[in-house]
Design a protein around this ligand. Structure first.
Ligand SMILES: [Zn+2]
Length: 133
């Protein structure tokens, strides 16, 4: 018996459920990120090189950056893995990460461990600030 041609499926416009790294950046993250930058409003890298740059919440002045990227195994919700960065410093750090720059060291048992905040700032100062946008 002949059958009717199949109807094209209706497009599913429901919002997709985020998974993996994308699920980190939701409304909960927005609150955590805002609270962190209210408490730490200056760009930490600019401050490390003697410059005061406002990266407080609002007007897209800056971001709460994950020192070790979540995609690279960094903790998504631990403030020890957060750093306030202005837009410019964040862009430079992201470009560097795109080129394989990382903020981890090999631990005593071969595991990857985050380097200290001061080591991160020194590394950013030495290697990342000279990257042109
Ligand atoms: Zn900065």
């Amino acid at each position: 018996m002949p059958s009717l041609p199949k109807q094209p499926r209706k497009k599913d416009n429901r919002p997709r459920k985020a998974s993996g790294v994308q699920s980190t950046y939701n409304s909960v993250w927005a609150r955590i990120s805002t609270a962190y930058r209210v408490a730490n409003p200056l760009c930490e890298l600019c401050k490390h090189v003697g410059k005061l740059t406002d990266a407080s919440p609002g007007d897209f002045k800056g971001v709460t950056d994950h020192i070790v990227r979540v995609a690279a195994g960094g903790h998504p919700r631990d403030a020890e893995n957060f750093m306030t960065l202005c837009k410019d410093c964040h862009t430079r750090k992201s470009i560097a990460e795109g080129h394989g720059f990382s903020f981890e060291a090999v631990g005593n048992y071969g595991e990857m461990v985050p380097v200290s905040r001061l080591q991160v700032l020194d590394k950013l100062k030495r290697d990342v600030l000279k990257i042109k946008r």
